[in-house]
Design a binder for this molecule. Structure first.
Ligand SMILES: Cc1cc2nc3c(=O)[nH]c(=O)nc-3n(C[C@H](O)[C@H](O)[C@H](O)COP(=O)(O)OP(=O)(O)OC[C@H]3O[C@@H](n4cnc5c(N)ncnc54)[C@H](O)[C@@H]3O)c2cc1C
Length: 508
């Protein structure tokens, strides 16, 4: 037998679970492989979806483009709005507020990033807060938004507005389902009651549904949410628990009436035992309190959340329990876990849907054949581990870089021992404002710099190369950037006007 004969292409994929992870996986795999692969999806209406997950990072546009999704239709159908960044209130200390915006800050000069010049000017009292030098962080609090106009000159900040979306997660799953089914994905309604493995290899051969039907496949994608039916219950992949660094383990989510035009940013307000989100949609506002059960009770958390809504609550709060961390193996044998089945990092920087997208695109790149060469899953697992850990570190930064000492929760996170990787990022930035992005980690220089400065880490100095630029040239750069940003933001429409013109939902 030749080598080629030993390998057989994968012909069938079964996606188990029909939440955001399930439908994103089914839609992307069927789009990538066309009719060469038969994709089936099993979901149980009785079990339902988690139904939260309403804020994203800009990368989702690449995913939507892969599927050929029209942006206006997608935002309209999911009753979505646009997001320029996240406003963090009361994080560094009570009363503080800053925005972590997407996109660029200022203009780099020579080898140095803009914020290095800004640091020198700031020390000399000749620069405003860093947020004044980025289009996103000036436009967001003013309620301005537009997508980059097609005719914007390439060097205009309007040409590079970076943005993401807020949307109704249940509508997004429904929207993707329509597309996936149109591409040939076959959906089966039913509850999986047994997962059947090959006795020798341990590979999953089929799942049995409550009605007795069985579904067989070459490759299984576990998208069963926190239940992790295949990857954990069946294959026992193991779980790396990060609660000691990220002690929040519960959330209460509740929508409320919309009482004002939607802001083009997510709001995150630090509370005594966690933080509260506010996500504006076209028809309502999503809210939630993510908290640690070690430091507050469920009833205290519910009182705090319900007292601080913008408008009337539209339902009772939905309670969600979670453990922060990830499976030791996200891909084991012929099962790949995507979405909550694989792991969970709290939604402080809206990264869960990004991790779904990144898991899918990595799986497509490393797609196996019937022999499931172990190196493919090893590379997949190593790369996903890196991705999760770097996001974890960025989230830890938000809690650890604080002066808050007003509750046991804040005393714990402020003084806890953080991973060496976080400590070294903080130490280097504190020395002279430097940051080095590691490989392809999600959050780069502008993100880390905004959060570190926003939470009170001011470098002791700036990079010495900044002194090679004449002071008057440096000041001209800083003043120019401020003027250009302000004049471009003045041209932008209000967010609600942009939504009304471009992608208003038909029923609100
Ligand atoms: C409090 C909170 C806030 C969040 N906020 C954000 C955010 O702002 N941004 C972001 O990107 N992400 C966020 N997330 C994460 C986001 O909600 C999830 O990553 C995303 O919805 C994917 O969920 P899922 O598809 O993995 O799981 P689920 O939505 O739970 O779907 C699981 C699916 O599996 C099916 N299933 C389970 N068991 C069986 C069975 N036995 N038989 C058949 N089917 C079964 C269910 O029916 C369902 O279809 C948040 C999560 C939480 C908990």
């Amino acid at each position: 037998m030749t080598l080629q004969q030993a390998k057989r292409p994968i012909k069938t994929v079964a996606v188990i679970g029909g939440g955001t992870a399930g439908w994103m996986s089914a839609a992307a795999i069927s789009k990538s492989f066309g009719t060469d692969i038969q994709v089936q999806l099993v979901e149980s209406e009785e079990i339902g979806l988690i139904g939260v997950g309403e804020a994203t990072v800009p990368h989702i546009s690449a995913f939507n483009r892969l599927l050929g999704i029209n942006e206006a239709e997608f935002v309209r159908e999911t009753k979505g709005t646009f997001k320029l960044g996240i406003q963090f209130n009361d994080w560094g200390k009570i009363g503080d507020s800053y925005i972590h915006g997407f996109g660029t800050i200022g203009r780099d000069l020579g080898l140095m990033p803009f914020h290095q010049y800004w640091l020198k000017a700031r020390f000399a009292g000749k620069a405003k807060g860093l947020s004044q030098y980025s289009l996103n962080t000036v436009a967001a609090p003013m309620g301005k938004f537009m997508a980059p106009p097609r005719d914007a000159p390439a060097n205009s900040p309007l040409a590079e507005i970076a943005y993401a979306y807020h949307f109704d997660a249940t509508l997004y799953a429904r929207f993707l389902r329509k597309r996936a089914e149109a591409q040939g994905v076959v959906r089966t309604e039913g509850k999986v009651v047994a997962v059947n493995q090959n006795k020798e290899s341990g590979f999953v051969e089929s799942v049995t549904l409550e009605n007795g039907a069985t579904i067989t496949a070459d490759l299984f994608i576990d998208c069963t949410g926190f239940r992790a039916l295949l990857i954990e219950d069946t294959l026992h992949a193991g779980f790396e628990d990060w609660t000691h660094w990220l002690p929040c383990d519960r959330a209460l989510a509740v929508p409320c009436e919309k009482v004002a035009p939607p802001t083009p940013y997510t709001r995150s307000t630090a509370r005594s035992a966690g933080w509260q989100w506010r996500i504006p949609l076209q028809h309502r506002t999503g809210n939630g309190y993510v908290y640690s059960s070690q430091f507050t009770s469920d009833s205290e958390a519910a009182d705090l959340l319900l007292k601080s809504l913008d408008g009337r609550a539209l339902s009772d709060p939905k309670a969600i329990r979670f453990t922060t961390g990830k499976r030791r193996k996200l891909w084991d044998k012929n099962v790949v876990a995507i979405g909550l089945a694989g792991g969970f990092i709290e939604p402080l920087e809206s990264t869960a849907i990004f991790l779904i997208q990144s898991g899918i695109s990595r799986l497509v790149s490393l797609f196996p054949q019937s022999d499931f060469e172990p190196v493919l899953q090893d590379v997949y697992n190593a790369q996903m581990q890196f991705e999760y850990e770097r996001i974890r570190d960025f989230i830890i930064l938000h809690y650890h870089a604080t002066e808050r000492s007003d509750s046991q929760f804040w005393n714990y996170v402020r003084t806890m021992r953080v991973p060496d990787s976080v400590k070294s990022y903080i130490d280097l930035f504190s020395a002279n404002g430097q940051f080095f992005r590691e490989g392809t980690e999600l959050f780069g220089l502008t993100s880390w710099v905004q959060v570190m400065l926003g939470q009170g880490i001011m470098p002791r100095s700036y990079h010495p190369a900044v002194d090679w630029v004449k002071n008057e040239d440096m000041q001209a750069l800083i003043d120019h950037v401020e003027k250009v940003v302000a004049s471009n933001v003045a041209l932008m429409p209000r967010h609600e006007d942009f939504v009304a013109r471009y992608c208003a939902a038909s029923s609100i």
